[in-house]
Design a protein around this ligand. Structure first.
Ligand SMILES: *Cc1c(COP(=O)(O)O)cnc(C)c1O
Length: 486
C-alpha cells in the first residue's frame, strides 16, 4: 500500500514512512492511493472477532509494510480490557467500545457507542494508545528517538501523554496555557511522574502555545537536530485506528450485511468522521455520516451550503463542548480530495485560497469554485448544529428518561442524531468523552456531579510535576535541548 498527498506531491511513501511525520512535503495530507475493499464474506468473518483481532484485520490492509505477526502483538497490547476499563455499570470492558440502545421509537433506534473508556476518558485514547505502541515499535527497529512536541487545550495532550508515558525512545514536551485548563484536565496531565513526560505551562493562551509549536516546526534545523515530531489529528495512523470502531459499531448493531446503519459524530477537526468516510469508502454499509457541530459551525455551514469559510480567532467561540471549538477543520482536506475525484491540483488551489481568502465555495453558484456540493449526499454526509441550551436540554432529557448521564460533546451528537433518525436504519451516536471530564456543565444541567470512574477520585490532590515558562520560544527550545542532552 502506497500513500499519496492530497496536493499531488510525487513521492508515494509507505505506512511506516509517514507514521512519525505529519503533513506531506507539499503541505497536503496523506491518503492511501486506493481504498482497500472489504467483501461481504470478510464482514461475516469479522462479526465474531474480538476488538483487537478486528483492529488487526483492518490495520493489515493499510500497514502492509509491517509484518502481520508484529501488528498482532501491537493490537493485542493496545486493545485490552485493562486499558479500556472506565466502563459504566452494565458495560463489558472486553467489548472495548460497548454499544447500547438508548431509545426505540417505533422503527427508529438510537444507539450510543462508548469510545471513552480509555485512560483519559475521551475517544482520543482509541487511536492514541495504538499510536504510542506503533511509535515505540518503529523507533525500536530504527534505533531512533523521537521528541514529541505539542500544544493542548486539554484532551489531546493528556491522551498523548498517557499513550507515550514510559515508552522507550520517546519524550513528550507538551505546552498548555497556564491556569486555563479545567482542574480535572490539569490534574490528569500534571500528576504524571514519568521521566519522559514534560508538562510546560505557558503564561498565555492556547494560541500562544500553538504559535510556538508552529515556530519550532518551521525551524527545520532544530527539528531534525532534536528529532522533533508531532501527534496531531492529521496523523494518518490515528485516522486508521479510528476506522476500526466504525466496523465494530456496524457489526454490533446488525446481524446481516444487507442492513445499513448511520453514524452521528460530534465533530471539530474532522478526524473522527473522516475515519467514518474511509470505512464507507472501504465498503462498510453506512447510510449517512452526520457531522454534529457546536456554535463553531464551520462544518455544518459547509454541509448545508457548499461554502467552506474558516473563522478568525475572534469569531471562534469558547463553548461548553470545548474540544469542538475549532476555526478550521484540519482533516477536512482529505474528504475534499475524494469529493473532487482526487483532483490534486484543484485541492491545492482551494486550500491555497483558504490561506488567502479564508475559504472556498463549491455551491455551484455563479463565480463559485465548483459545483461538487451536489455530490455531498452521494458520500452520505449531512450535518447539524447544537448550542449550549441544546446541550443542557439533551443532558437533562437523557438523564430524566433513561437515568443516563452523557458529556457535553456527546449531547451535541444526540441532539443532531434525533433530527436525522430514519425508520429501519439504526443511528449510532459516537460517545466522545465521559461526563466526569466536563463536570462543570453537568452540574449546571443536573444540579449534581457526574460519576467519576474508579481511580479518579481526588486526582486534583496528587502531587503535580510541571514547569512554568513565558510565551517565549527560545526559552522552550533551551529546555528541550537541556532535557534531551543532544
Ligand atoms: C477531539 C474531540 C472531538 C472532535 O473530534 P474531531 O476528530 O476533531 O472532529 C469531539 N469531542 C471530544 C470530547 C474530543 O476530545
Amino acid at each position: 500500500m502506497r500513500y499519496v498527498s492530497t496536493r499531488g506531491h510525487a513521492a508515494q511513501p509507505t505506512f511506516s514512512d509517514i507514521l512519525l511525520g505529519g503533513l506531506a512535503p507539499d503541505g497536503g495530507l496523506y491518503l492511501p492511493a486506493e481504498y482497500p475493499q472489504v467483501s461481504g464474506a470478510e464482514l461475516d468473518l469479522w462479526r465474531g472477532l474480538s476488538y483487537a483481532d478486528l483492529a488487526l484485520e483492518i490495520l493489515k490492509k493499510f500497514a502492509t509494510d509491517i509484518p502481520a505477526i508484529d501488528l498482532k502483538a501491537l493490537t493485542d497490547k493496545t486493545y485490552r480490557a485493562e486499558v479500556y476499563r472506565n466502563t459504566r455499570a452494565g458495560e463489558s470492558a472486553e467489548r472495548i467500545t460497548p454499544l447500547h440502545v438508548i431509545e426505540q421509537d417505533g422503527d427508529k433506534t438510537l444507539l450510543l457507542q462508548a469510545l471513552s473508556n480509555g485512560p483519559t476518558l475521551a475517544f482520543k485514547d482509541m487511536a492514541m494508545q495504538m499510536l504510542g505502541n506503533l511509535f515505540e515499535y518503529t523507533l525500536d527497529k530504527q534505533h531512533a528517538e523521537l521528541n514529541i512536541f505539542g500544544a493542548t487545550s486539554g484532551d489531546t495532550g493528556s491522551a498523548a501523554e498517557y499513550a507515550m508515558r514510559g515508552k522507550r525512545g520517546i519524550r513528550v514536551f507538551m505546552l498548555s496555557p497556564h491556569l486555563k485548563m479545567s482542574a480535572f484536565q490539569t490534574a490528569q496531565m500534571f500528576s504524571l511522574q514519568d521521566e519522559n513526560i514534560f508538562n510546560i505551562a505557558i503564561k498565555g493562551v492556547f494560541d500562544d502555545c500553538q504559535d510556538m509549536v508552529k515556530a519550532v516546526s518551521n525551524d527545520l534545523d532544530f527539528k531534525s537536530r532534536y528529532k522533533i515530531g508531532t501527534v496531531n489529528s492529521i496523523n494518518w495512523a490515528r485516522v486508521v485506528a479510528q476506522v476500526v470502531y466504525y466496523f465494530r459499531g456496524y457489526l454490533d448493531a446488525t446481524t446481516s450485511n444487507d442492513q445499513k446503519v448511520s453514524f452521528t459524530v460530534p465533530s471539530g477537526n474532522f478526524g473522527n468522521i473522516c475515519a467514518g468516510h474511509i470505512a464507507r469508502m472501504m465498503g462498510l454499509p453506512i447510510d449517512q455520516l452526520i457531522a454534529a457541530t457546536n456554535e463553531n459551525n464551520v462544518l455544518d455551514e459547509f454541509f448545508r451550503t457548499g461554502i467552506y469559510r474558516v473563522r478568525k480567532s475572534a469569531e471562534t467561540y469558547h463553548t461548553t463542548s470545548p474540544s469542538m471549538d475549532i476555526s478550521k477543520a484540519s482533516n477536512f482536506e482529505r474528504f475534499v480530495f475524494d469529493l473532487l475525484d482526487r483532483d490534486a491540483p484543484r485541492v491545492k488551489a482551494l486550500f491555497a485560497k483558504v490561506e488567502t481568502d479564508g475559504g472556498f465555495d463549491l455551491s455551484g453558484a455563479p463565480g463559485s469554485d465548483g459545483d461538487e456540493f451536489r455530490k455531498i449526499a452521494q458520500f452520505g454526509f449531512a450535518s447539524g448544529c447544537s448550542r449550549h441550551e441544546d446541550r443542557l436540554a439533551t443532558i437533562r432529557d437523557l438523564h430524566a428518561r433513561y437515568g443516563l448521564t452523557i458529556d457535553t460533546h456527546t449531547a451535541d451528537g444526540i441532539k443532531v442524531a434525533r433530527e436525522y433518525a430514519k425508520p429501519g436504519v439504526p443511528m449510532i451516536v459516537l460517545e466522545t468523552a465521559l461526563p466526569a471530564k466536563f463536570n462543570e456543565t453537568i452540574r449546571e444541567a443536573l444540579g449534581a456531579d457526574a460519576v467519576r470512574p474508579a481511580g479518579f477520585d481526588g486526582i486534583e490532590n496528587l502531587p503535580q510535576r510541571f514547569d512554568i515558562m513565558d510565551a517565549d520560544v527560545s526559552q522552550v527550545k533551551a529546555f528541550i535541548v537541556a532535557q534531551t542532552g543532544l
